[in-house]
Design a protein around this ligand. Structure first.
Ligand code: NAG
Ligand code: NAG
Ligand code: NAG
Ligand code: NAG
Ligand code: NAG
Length: 797
C-alpha cells in the first residue's frame, strides 16, 4: 500500500479528531478489554445482560449479538481501517492498519514510535531472509516480531493486526517490490508465508483447533496482495490501472498457490485484495476470487481487506463499469471484501444499502468476520497467552538484534570465490583495507522498505565499521549515492584501493532504484557503478571483493569474467545488523549457505518481454522466453538456488519409494494427456481431486561435507514429470531443508513427498492431473545434483 498526500492529510485530521474525543486509538491501557464489568457499571449497564460479553458463548454468537445491537450507521462506521467504535457499547475505535513485514514498522497508522520505544528490531528484508531456506528461522523471526508487537500494543503504541507478509511471486526481475517477497517459486513463497504467519499468530498450545474461529491469536497477520499483483509502475503502466491477463493455469499453479498455502496451512487471519484487475475485473470486486476462492473454497478464518484506497482506485483508476462510488462499494461488499483500508466503505456503504446495491446482511457478515478476529486477539476478554507482561525491554533486546544478524548471516549468498579468496586471511600484522562504494557506509539503505519511517533503528551495524574491526580501513565512497550520476569520485577510490591489502567494493541498488511504485527498466548497475568497479579492478594488484546490496538480480557478467574480482557476495538488504553479518561471512566466522530465491537474468532478458506480460511458459512462436526457473530455459547470470560455501558437498540418493502404486476408486476414470509426439497411452493420468492419496513418497538423500570446514547446506529436491508431455515445467521444487554438516561427515536428509501434491501437473484448463510413468527426482542444484527415477502407476479396481 502507499500513503498518498490526501491520505496523510486525512490521517492527521483523524488524529486531531480523536485527541478531542474521549476515545483514541492509542489511549488503551495494557489490560484494556471491551467486556470490562467496571466500565459497564460506570455506564449503568449490567454486563451480564450482554450476550456479546458472555464468555461461554461461541464467538460467532457473541459477534452476532453485538452487530444486532448496532444501527446501520454504526455498522458502517466500523468498515474502514479507522473503525470508529460505538461508545454506548463500550466499543472503542480501532486502527486496523499496522505493518510488520520484517520487523514492527510505523508505516501503517496503527503503530508509532516515541521516546519510550524509539524503534523496533529491523530484520533483513524478506528476499534475504528467504535465501536462508531455513523454515525454523522464518518462524522464529515471526515469533520475535510478534513479541515486539504485543509489547508495543501493551504500551499503547501498536495495534494487533499487521498487514504482512507480502507473498506475491516475483515474476519479473524488474519489479520494484521483490525485496518484500520470498522470491519466484510458489512453493517457497507459500512455505515462507506459512512459517512467518504461524510465528506471528500462533499462541503456544493453540496451533490447531477443531473450531478455528475460536483459536486465539497472538497478533493477526495478513497475506497480501491477492492476486497476480506485480507491476508497480513500469513505462506508464501502474498498478492502479493494470489489468493482468492471466490464464487459469498460471493462476492456480503460480499466482494464488502461496495464498492457498497461507490460508489453508498458515490459517492466516486476513487476506488483502490488490489494486490491479485480473482479466478485466478489479480483484477487490471479484466475487469468484474473494468469496468463491478465499472464503468458500479455502475457508478463510478471518477477514478480507482492501489494499489502501482500492475501492477508490476501482472508480477513478480502472473506471470499472463507470461505477459511482456507491456502486463500487456495493460490488466490493458483494464480492466479499470485508474491510476497506480507506474511506469509501464508511462514506458510501449506508447509501449502497439504501439504494439496494447490497443487503445489510452482507455488512453483518463482514462485521462478524472482523469482530471474531478481534475476539480471538483478546480485544473483548483480555490478552490470550500471557502476553500482557511484555513491555519496553522486549523490544530491541540483545537477543532480538542477534537474531536479526543471524538472519542476515544465514541469508547472505556467496556468488563467486576464486582461489578461495574468502574467508579473507591476510598474512601477519594488521592488514590495510580499502572500503569503497556507495554502500560502504550504508545504514538506512540496509533496512529497505516497510521499515522504520524515520530511519532510526535500535542500532546500526555499518559495513565500514565492522570491517574496521578486522584491519585499518581507508574509505572512499567513489559515488555520491547509489545512482552514481558521475565519475568524479572514482579516481580517489582507485587511489585508496591501490594502497590496500584488499579492497571491498560495496555497490548495488536501493529504494531510489527499486521500490514500491518504482519498477526498474534494466538489470544493470546504475550510473557509473560499473566504471567504479572496473577501474578499481584494472588497477588492482591485491584481492578485490564486491559486496552487492539489491533485491532483484543484476547482470554482473562482467564481474564473473573478471579474474581480478575474486569474490562476490550478495547481501540483499541485510537489515540494521547487516554490517557485522557481512563481516562474519567475509572473515570466516560464518560459513555462508544462502541460495538465490530468484533467477538472475542477463540484461538482454528484459528486451524479450514486457513487464506487463503475465504468462510463465515460453511461447516459441513469438520468442517469448518464459519466466522463472520452472519455465525459462535460456542462459542465466545465476540460476535459482545458486550459492557457494567455504566447504564442498557431495550428494547421493540413498533410496526412494519406488514404484508408487495408487488405488483408483471404483468409478474413477483415467484422464487424457497431451503428448508432444501425439502418442496415446493406456491410462496416462488421473485427476488429483478424485484421488485418495495419502501414501508418502520417501526420498532419502545423503549429503557429505567433503571439504575442510563445517557448514550449513541447503538441500533442494525437485520433481520432473515424465518426458514428452506438453507444457510441463522444466523442474519443480518440492522440498528443501537447511542442514548443518560437519567437515568429513555425512548426513541422511529425509524428504516425505506426496504423489498427488508433488508430482502432479496443471493442465491448460487448470486441472491438476497426476501422470503415470517415469518421474524424475533431482537432489541438489546445478552440476553436482544427482537424480533418480520413480515409476508412478495405478491399480484399477
Ligand atoms: C509513548 O506513548 C505511550 C502511549 O501513548 C505513552 O504511554 C508514553 O508515555 C509515551 N512515551 C513518552 C516518552 O512520551
Ligand atoms: C458467498 O457465497 C456463498 C455461497 O455461494 C453465499 O451464500 C454468500 O452469500 C456469499 N457471500 C457474499 C458476501 O456474497
Ligand atoms: C557515514 O555516514 C554518516 C551519516 O549517515 C556520517 O555521519 C559518517 O561520517 C559517515 N562515515 C564516513 C566514514 O564517512
Ligand atoms: C528452450 O525452449 C525452447 C522453446 O520451448 C526450445 O525451442 C529450445 O530448444 C529450448 N532450449 C534449450 C537450451 O533447451
Ligand atoms: C536455522 O535457523 C535456526 C534459528 O536461527 C538456527 O538455530 C539453526 O541453526 C538454523 N539451521 C541451520 C542448519 O543453519
Amino acid at each position: 500500500m502507499y500513503q498518498s498526500q490526501t491520505m496523510v492529510a486525512l490521517q492527521v485530521g483523524f488524529a486531531l479528531l480523536f485527541l478531542l474525543s474521549t476515545y483514541n486509538y492509542f489511549g488503551v491501557e495494557a489490560e484494556f478489554m471491551v467486556c470490562d464489568s467496571t466500565a459497564f457499571q460506570q455506564m449503568k449497564i449490567e454486563m451480564g445482560s450482554l450476550r456479546f460479553c458472555d464468555k461461554n458463548l461461541p464467538y460467532e454468537v457473541r459477534a452476532k449479538d453485538l452487530i444486532d445491537r448496532m444501527t446501520l450507521e454504526e455498522k458502517v462506521a466500523q468498515l474502514g481501517d479507522k473503525a470508529m467504535g460505538v461508545q454506548r457499547l463500550n466499543l472503542p475505535g480501532y486502527e486496523w492498519w499496522s505493518e510488520a513485514l520484517h520487523g514492527v514498522s510505523d508505516v501503517g497508522p496503527g503503530t508509532r514510535f516515541n521516546q519510550t520505544v524509539p524503534a523496533a528490531t529491523s530484520f533483513p528484508t524478506v528476499i534475504l531472509t528467504t535465501s536462508s531456506f531455513n523454515e525454523t528461522l522464518w518462524k522464529t523471526i515471526g515469533e520475535v516480531v510478534s513479541d515486539e508487537a504485543r509489547a508495543m500494543y501493551n504500551l499503547g503504541l501498536a495495534g494487533l493486526t499487521f498487514w504482512s507478509p507480502t507473498i506475491n511471486v516475483a515474476r519479473d526481475p524488474r519489479w520494484g517490490r521483490i525485496t518484500e517477497t520470498p522470491g519466484e517459486d510458489p512453493f517457497v513463497v507459500g512455505s515462507y508465508a506459512v512459517n512467518y504467519v504461524r510465528g506471528l499468530q500462533d499462541v503456544k498450545g493453540f496451533e490447531i483447533s477443531r473450531t478455528p474461529n475460536s483459536r486465539p491469536l497472538k497478533v493477526g497477520a495478513c497475506c497480501k496482495h491477492f492476486a497476480a499483483y506485480d507491476v508497480d509502475n513500469w513505462k506508464g503502466t501502474d498498478r492502479y490501472h493494470f489489468d493482468a491477463q492471466v490464464t487459469a493455469r498460471d493462476m492456480i499453479e503460480t499466482f494464488i498457490e502461496p495464498f492457498r498455502m497461507c490460508v489453508k496451512d498458515g490459517d492466516v487471519a486476513s487476506v488483502m485484495c490488490s489494486y490491479n484487475r485480473v482479466n478485466g475485473i478489479p480483484v477487490c470486486a471479484d466475487p469468484e476470487l474473494l468469496n468463491g476462492t478465499i472464503r468458500q473454497h479455502w475457508n478463510l478464518n478471518g477477514y478480507i481487506v482492501a489494499d489502501c484506497d482500492s475501492v477508490e482506485v476501482m472508480v477513478n483508476g480502472h473506471k470499472f463499469l463507470n461505477d459511482t462510488p456507491v456502486e463500487a462499494v456495493g460490488q466490493a461488499l458483494n464480492a466479499g471484501m470485508d474491510l476497506d483500508c480507506g474511506k469509501y466503505y464508511p462514506n458510501y456503504a449506508t447509501s449502497a444499502v439504501k439504494q439496494g446495491k447490497v443487503k445489510e446482511s452482507e455488512i453483518d457478515e463482514s462485521l462478524k468476520n472482523l469482530f471474531i478476529v478481534l475476539m480471538r486477539l483478546g480485544w473483548f476478554d483480555g490478552s490470550p497467552g500471557g502476553y500482557s507482561g511484555l513491555g519496553k525491554n522486549d523490544v530491541c533486546s540483545p537477543a532480538h538484534l542477534e537474531l536479526s544478524a543471524e538472519a542476515a548471516r544465514q541469508g547472505i549468498v556467496l556468488l563467486k570465490n576464486d582461489k578461495n579468496t574468502l574467508p579473507l586471511i591476510i598474512g601477519t600484522g594488521k592488514p590495510k583495507f580499502a572500503v569503497v562504494g556507495p554502500h560502504a557506509n550504508a545504514s538506512v539503505a540496509m533496512i529497505g522498505n516497510y521499515a522504520l519511517k524515520s530511519g532510526v533503528a535500535c542500532h546500526y551495524s555499518i559495513p565500514i565499521d565492522e570491517i574496521a574491526e578486522n584491519g585499518d580501513v581507508v574509505y572512499a565512497a567513489g559515488c555520491q549515492n547509489v545512482k552514481c550520476p558521475n565519475s568524479d569520485g572514482i579516481g580517489q577510490a582507485v587511489q585508496v584501493s591501490k594502497q590496500a591489502d584488499a579492497t571491498f567494493i560495496f555497490v548495488g541498488l536501493d529504494l531510489s532504484i527499486e521500490a514500491e511504485s518504482l519498477d526498474r527498466n534494466d538489470l544493470n548497475f546504475p550510473g557509473f557503478q560499473k566504471s567504479l568497479i572496473t577501474q578499481i579492478s584494472e588497477a588492482a594488484t591485491k584481492p578485490v571483493i564486491v559486496v552487492i546490496f539489491s533485491a532483484g538480480g543484476i547482470d554482473i557478467s562482467f564481474l564473473q569474467q573478471d579474474p581480478k574480482v575474486q569474490a562476490i557476495v550478495w547481501a540483499g538488504y541485510p537489515g540494521a545488523e547487516g554490517g557485522r553479518a557481512i563481516a562474519d561471512v567475509i572473515f570466516g566466522k560464518y560459513n555462508p549457505a544462502g541460495r538465490l530465491p530468484i533467477t538472475w537474468y542477463p540484461a538482454s532478458y528484459v528486451n524479450q518481454l514486457p513487464m506487463t506480460s503475465m504468462p510463465l511458459r515460453p511461447i516459441p512462436e513469438s520468442n517469448y522466453p518464459g519466466r522463472t526457473y520452472k519455465f525459462y530455459n535460456g542462459s542465466t547470470i545465476y540460476p535459482f538456488g545458486y550459492g557457494l560455501s567455504y566447504t564442498t558437498f557431495k550428494y547421493a540418493i540413498r533410496s526412494t519409494t519406488n514404484p508408487v502404486m495408487l488405488n483408483l476408486g471404483q468409478f474413477q476414470q483415467c484422464k487424457p494427456l497431451q503428448f508432444l509426439d501425439g502418442r496415446k497411452t493406456d491410462c496416462p493420468a488421473i485427476l488429483v481431486d478424485e484421488t485418495h492419496c495419502t501414501q508418502l513418497v520417501m526420498v532419502k538423500a545423503m549429503v557429505t561435507n567433503t571439504g575442510k570446514s563445517d557448514g550449513p547446506l541447503v538441500v533442494f529436491v525437485y520433481s520432473v514429470p515424465p518426458s514428452g508431455i506438453v507444457g510441463t515445467p522444466i523442474k519443480r521444487l518440492v522440498g528443501f531443508k537447511r542442514v548443518f554438516v560437519a567437515a568429513g561427515t555425512s548426513q541422511v536428509v529425509l524428504f516425505k513427498l506426496n504423489a498427488c501434491r508433488d508430482f502432479n501437473i496443471v493442465t491448460d484448463d487448470a486441472y491438476e492431473l497426476l501422470p503415470s510413468g517415469q518421474h524424475t527426482i533431482i537432489v541438489g542444484n546445478g552440476d553436482d545434483a544427482v537424480s533418480t527415477q520413480i515409476t508412478i502407476g495405478f491399480n484399477h479396481n
